[in-house]
Design a protein. Structure first.
Lengths: 188, 1005, 109
């Protein structure tokens, strides 16, 4: 086994906000009926997290559960633990009709941090980024310019953005461009 | 001559000189000038020439409605044509040049057109140049192109030196226009706590009220304005933006705001323009009103301006158009100009008022100042050609018999005011004709409606037809309050400001001056100054049957200039209705379309340029390819290596080397772009049996099967190898670029038709790097890496296995798209580059050769394998391609099955797949048609087939091709004629599509 | 540019996040169906001036298909609802009746 490498190997940029490709991140797609008790229990037991509600994001320890759709969750965990979590989840789910699949390397994850991150996002995504409308604990799946992405705030001044791995260079360039020094909009 | 006055200029700072150039001449303005005011201050009244007759043109307005004063602005990477001098803020180092003249602004050879104007009437070009047809292309068009047009097109090779961006904003209430109405509406709305965004296109708040005067709450209007702006700035729920125009209002409260950040200071870092993509619950359009010209002979001579513009230049910039200004009007407002000029020490020889009894209080004020008022009079004609030298006076009621000639340098005209209804109308707001005030105003009963069916645009102030200061403020208060409550906020009672301004006497409708003007006068009375449309042109159009306003507009080009008829539309419409003998509202208006004034192409593109023009998808091996002489091919948004071109090689040689190396020993292909979709669940087999034409439910675990997918229309949409992973899980491979489409296709059927199926899917395409190891030495390389048994016995053709290969966690699929011994290895993307590098290094002893898409295509064509997009084009069914074996006869249903039973699909005359070999060994041209005897009704030769794929095969050293041919499989050995681009044909023999290793001995080893 | 609320994730999405999927509530006709029925399923579409039912996918979002009832003239949206239904639910029909009394669409009213 060789040393795994993330899409952009933790590239960074400083401008209106600090942009960083967050490196290797374990990601597991869980598909199942979220309202199904067996599914919910199995996921909670393995992750130690309560299941997020509609568009919710729940974090604890080294894991985060992101609500992707009424029948899809995304589990974030350390990259090296992915196989183990997949195995545990699969075992816990038993005969429950569900799908557990490792998608860690299918995606890239970026962190955007600093007081002006909302403006950087609002230059790219058709989303109301005002503090009144968007707070930590909620995920928004949308587009950033021309590619699909999901964004949530892990705290007031840090956003997590995920997109497909193949467009990581595009996403990084987009974020850097939107964060170019001297381009603050001054609205939030 | 226009000049700078000794004092004055509300918006300027005379202590700061600003240097600029016009037509190469060095000039000076002052801080706060517009380019127009600075040029006027330098005595430069003439700023361009008109479009058709190349007549001299000076500014007629002072703002966004300006049709004449268009210039080429900037140089090199910042050059831009057709910029309005009236809205261009002056900055140090500005360079501008005038447009549409040759050889110079002063002497223009095209100016001869003005003398030919009697033979260049409306529709002249349509009528004159239609016959004889061939002359159009070679004579007429090149000539017209040279003499027509406005500014120069930017140099094609020069990249725009500025940057642009978008910004998504959401607000409860959006107020467009920062005049007194906009400010008051914003203040009222904001008092409710609603989020308010206020945009003003100019660099200053207050609109034209500071020029027009009046008192608000006992303060001069200018003081009230700055107090109100301060109050708004202090409110947390209010955002204010200057230099930001509401460009367009669209469905469901979507608005484009066009912010010009650095046009007035080009060296400032940051984007030049920002396009605000705003979603507003309620929109208040406080866009003011625009003054209309009067139609009299010579109203286009430089020095004839709108009355409001004349006083704008004096009050705002301390610039006069001339020493002696004749004011001509049909309403009271223009008297303000006369009074203003008089107060600034300038001469007003006369006010010519078309109204028999003149005006009201403002007239009395003017007369008290000693200004002569001529009632019931009109201008028969303006004297002068490049500038005004005087006006001939006549009775408005007559035909133009000259009563007197008054020498003057400028004419200030006012034909009344039109509310700016553009933004109200963009999304469907209707208009109503106001006979008393002589203008179209918003019909409040027919507002644009939003997603909830409720109105979402509220006009305010002058834009709503309230021209008096007091009425404007009252209306704006109502508008702001209504907007806030419609957006779900309770407006607190706000105090209505008390306004004091002079009352005005009634306007009189004057559409032609004098009302019975002779043809000679009418053909010099301009409606559209930029496009040279005169009263006589509209009358001619009406006479020739262009009765619809939309037709008359296009026939005469009225209102089709860059100003989109801001000054000309209502006058033209009134002229048309008079010519047709109909009432103005019966004729109606043309459509108001966004943007309000032109916005830059750069702002529309936003950040999408250069490396982020569009997403380029990269495989995990991208950086390796880039470092190894890759010749990229765009495949959808992906970049795939077409071939790797070594020094001294042509592209063709590189492709042939890659094919030969793979067939002889070992090739490596980056197959990561192939789609990979996991399908799992108790009903997954049943589901896949519906999606694919063949059976997937019967595929044993550990095995692979090639499958075809059709649309409900029966046409082939995708193909790929399906592997069964476990009892309830399958892995479906799709074509490159097919992953998202096929994943969406699966979800669509699961969500919208078979929602009772217990199936989950996940697109795992990008989780893996997939590498094809291909060629007679492929197994040796895998064995060298070690860790897995990849022998013929353990891993035969069309099976897959999971394990650890050379330390990498992999799945190996024994599948082949080349006819060679081949393994496709899937490894997590984070380790893809490492595995590829290892395979390349360890394969060196077998000359492991990376190959690209073209070698892949050639090898598959040599084997007669079809390619989606080559052999298929959305009209091809599997049966056309000899793939009937891949269609299950046992299944009761699959997508496309019913369509395959339609008569056209079972027609034996459908063209079918065959191989083709030219008799002379040459390569057929791509898409070439097989011709048949005879011709169709269009004198085109009949056809009986076409080429779908064609290559030079380095393996066989000759041209090979596949094609679809009428009854092809039954015509083996027959020779057909195929077209070539040079008009000749080439002979090719129908053969089997499998050119190489028909028994499959090479892949089954 | 339209806004539709995705009934699955609750996002008020703008048109650039959505993908239109044509007319709603088609009945699939498969093997053995008559030529006429199959033609109707594949090709015959309503083109009403007024009330219309459509399929949309929240493509740049949760990925779910849903239904929308809207007016093709005014672009008023009467409601969005689940894709897992072969006819408009009663609450949607009531919402339309409140705004467009007497409406009909195919066999629905």
């Amino acid at each position: 086994m060789s040393e795994p490498v993330s899409a952009l190997n933790r590239a960074t940029f400083d401008g209106l906000a600090h942009v960083q490709e967050a490196g290797l991140q374990g990601m597991i797609t869980l598909r199942g009926t979220v309202l199904d008790e067996g599914f919910a229990k199995a996921v909670s037991d393995v992750t130690g997290l309560a299941l997020p509600g509609q568009r919710g994001v729940v974090s604890g320890g080294d894991s985060t559960l992101v609500w992707m759709s009424p029948d899809e969750l995304l589990l974030l965990c350390p990259h090296g633990d992915t196989s183990d979590r997949v195995a545990k989840l699969t075992a816990a789910l038993g005969d429950t009709h569900a799908l557990v699949v490792d998608v860690s390397d299918a995606r890239a994850i970026f962190t955007l941090s600093g007081p002006q991150l909302r403006e950087v996002v609002a230059k790219l995504a058709p989303v109301d980024m005002s503090p009144a409308a968007f707070q930590p604990g909620t995920v928004r799946r949308t587009r950033f310019a021309q590619v699909a992405a999901a964004v949530w705030l892990s705290d007031a001044e840090t956003a997590q953005i995920i997109c497909f791995r193949s467009v990581a260079p595009y996403m990084f360039a987009l974020l850097c461009n939107a964060a170019t020094p001297g381009t603050a909009v001054g609205i939030f | 001559m226009s000049t700078r006055l000794a004092t004055g200029g509300r918006l300027t700072d005379r202590s700061k000189q600003v240097k600029f150039q016009f037509n190469g001449q060095h000039m000076r303005g002052v801080a706060g000038d517009t380019l127009a005011s600075a040029l006027l201050a330098n005595g430069q009244l003439m700023m361009g020439r008109s479009f058709k007759y190349h007549r001299p043109r000076g500014p007629v307005a002072s703002g966004a409605e300006e049709p004449n004063a268009l210039v080429n602005l900037g140089k090199g990477a910042r050059f831009e044509p057709n910029q309005r001098a009236t809205t261009t803020e002056l900055f140090d180092g500005l360079t501008a040049s005038s447009q549409n003249h040759w050889p110079s602004l002063q002497f223009d050879i095209g100016g001869i057109n003005t003398h030919l104007s009697r033979v260049l009437p409306a529709g002249f070009y349509y009528k004159m140049f239609i016959h004889p047809r061939p002359l159009w292309k070679h004579v007429y068009e090149p000539f017209i192109r040279r003499s027509a047009g406005l500014g120069a097109a930017p140099d094609a090779e020069t990249v725009d030196g500025d940057t642009y961006e978008h910004f998504y904003a959401f607000t409860d209430v959006l107020v467009l226009g920062g005049g007194v109405a906009g400010l008051q509406a914003a203040l009222t709305a904001a008092s409710s706590g609603a989020q308010v965004l206020l945009l003003e296109q100019n660099a200053h708040w207050g609109g034209r009220t500071p020029v027009d005067g009046g008192e608000i709450d006992g303060k001069p209007a200018a003081v009230w304005i700055s107090d109100t702006v301060q109050a708004l700035e202090a409110m947390e729920n209010v955002t204010l933006r200057l230099r930001t125009m509401g460009a367009g209002v669209y469905d469901h409260g979507y608005v484009l705001g066009y912010e010009r950040l650095t046009d007035h200071a080009p060296e400032t870092p940051g984007p030049r323009h920002r396009l605000w993509r705003i979603r507003a619950q309620q929109i208040v359009t406080a866009t003011g009103a625009i003054e209309r010209p009067l139609s009299f002979a010579g109203n286009d001579v430089p020095g004839v301006l709108l009355a409001s513009a004349v006083r704008d230049y004096v009050v705002n910039y301390g610039v006069s158009i001339g020493d002696r200004t004749v004011v001509v009007t049909n309403n009271d407002d223009a008297y303000r100009t006369a009074i203003c000029l008089h107060e600034h020490g300038l001469t007003v020889p006369a006010i010519i008022d078309a109204r028999q009894n003149g005006g009201g209080a403002l007239m009395a004020q003017a007369e008290a100042l000693g200004i002569k008022v001529l009632k019931g009079r009109a201008i028969a004609k303006v004297k002068g050609s490049r500038k005004v030298t005087g006006v001939a006076i006549c009775a408005q009621a007559g035909e133009g018999g000259v009563l007197d000639v008054i020498p003057c340098d400028a004419v200030a005209m006012s034909g009344g005011w039109s509310p700016v209804v553009h933004l109200w109308s963009h999304c469907g707001g209707k208009l109503t004709w106001d006979d008393t005030n002589v203008f179209f105003r918003p019909d409040l009963a027919k507002a644009p409606t939003s997603h909830d069916g409720a109105p979402f645009v509220i006009p305010a102030g002058a834009a709503n037809g309230h021209m008096h200061l007091g009425a404007t403020l009252t209306d704006a208060t109502t508008a702001g309050s209504s907007a806030a409550s419609a957006a779900g906020h309770q407006p607190r009672s706000t105090v209505l400001p008390k306004a004091v301004a002079e009352a005005e006497a009634a306007i009189m409708a004057v559409w032609l001056m004098p009302q019975g003007a002779t043809v000679a006068l009418r053909s010099k009375a301009w409606l559209d100054f930029q496009n040279d449309v005169k009263v006589s042109d509209i009358q001619l159009a009406a006479q020739e049957g262009y009765e619809s306003v939309e037709h008359a507009k296009r026939y005469t080009t009225l209102g089709m200039a860059t100003d989109q008829g801001k000054l000309s539309n209502i006058n033209g419409l009134a002229t048309l209705s008079a010519a047709l003998g109909e009432a103005i509202p019966a004729v109606g208006t043309t459509t108001f379309r966004p943007p309000y004034t032109p916005i830059s192409m750069g702002s529309i593109a936003g950040q999408a340029r250069g490396e982020i023009f569009q997403p380029v998808r990269q495989t995990p091996l991208h950086s390796w390819h880039e470092a190894h002489d890759v010749n990229w091919e765009p495949v959808g948004q992906w970049r795939r290596p077409y071939s790797f071109v070594r020094a001294g090689e042509t592209v063709e040689q590189s492709v042939h080397r890659e094919v030969t190396a793979t067939r002889d020993s070992l090739g490596l292909l980056d197959a990561s772009t192939l789609g990979k979709i996991i399908v799992k669940g108790p009903d997954a087999g049943k589901f896949l049996d519906m999606l694919y034409t063949n059976m997937m439910s019967t595929l044993p675990v550990g095995k692979c099967r090639y499958g075809l997918m059709c649309t409900e229309n029966g046409f082939l949409m995708d193909d790929g190898v399906v592997a069964r992973m476990s009892d309830d899980t399958w892995l479906c491979h799709t074509t490159t670029g097919g992953a998202e489409r096929i994943h969406a296709h699966m979800e669509e059927w699961l969500q919208t038709e078979w929602w009772d199926y217990k199936v989950w899917c996940a697109n795992v395409t990008e989780h893996y790097a997939q590498i094809a190891v291909v060629g007679p030495n492929a197994r040796k390389l895998l064995e060298k890496l070690g860790g897995m048994d990849v022998s013929r016995e353990t891993l035969p053709f069309m099976q897959w296995v999971e394990g650890t290969l050379g330390g990498f966690p992999v799945r190996i699929f024994r599948i082949s798209f080349s006819g060679e011994l081949s393994y496709e290895i899937a490894v997590p993307a984070s380790q893809g580059l490492a595995l590829w590098s290892r395979l390349h290094a360890d394969g060196a002893e077998w000359n492991a050769t990376p190959y690209g898409t073209e070698a892949l295509h050639i090898m598959r064509a040599e084997k007669g394998f079809i390619m989606i997009g080559d052999e298929t084009d959305g009209t091809v069914i599997p049966q056309d391609l000899g793939l009937s074996l891949a269609i299950s006869k046992k299944k009761a249903d699959y997508l496309g099955k019913r369509a395959h039973a339609r008569s056209h699909m079972t027609d034996p005359a459908r063209w079918q797949l065959v191989g083709l070999e030219t008799v002379d060994g040459s390569v057929l041209q791509d898409g070439a048609l097989a011709v048949a005897a005879g011709k169709n009704l269009n004198q085109q030769r009949h056809t009986q087939g076409r080429v779908t794929s064609t290559y030079h095969s380095p393996t066989l050293n000759k041209g090979i091709a596949m094609g679809l041919v009428l009854n092809g499989p039954d015509r083996m050995g027959e020779v057909l004629d195929f077209t070539k681009l040079d008009g000749t044909t080439v002979k090719a023999t129908i053969v089997s599509p499998v050119f190489f290793d028909p028994e499959g001995e090479k892949q089954n080893v | 540019m339209l806004i539709l609320t995705c009934p699955y994730c609750g996002v008020k999405a703008e048109e650039t996040e959505l993908h239109g999927g044509g007319e709603a509530h088609l009945t699939r006709f498969g093997p053995e169906s008559s030529d006429e029925a199959f033609e109707g399923y594949l090709f015959q579409r309503e083109n009403p001036k007024g009330v219309h039912f459509e399929r949309w996918r929240h493509a740049q979002g949760c990925g779910k298909w849903f239904h929308a009832a809207r007016c093709t003239v005014t672009l008023e949206v009467f409601g969005t609802y689940s894709a897992q239904t072969s006819e408009p639910p009663q609450n949607i029909r009531d919402a339309i009746s409140a705004k467009r009394p007497g409406w009909t669409w195919r066999s629905f009213a």
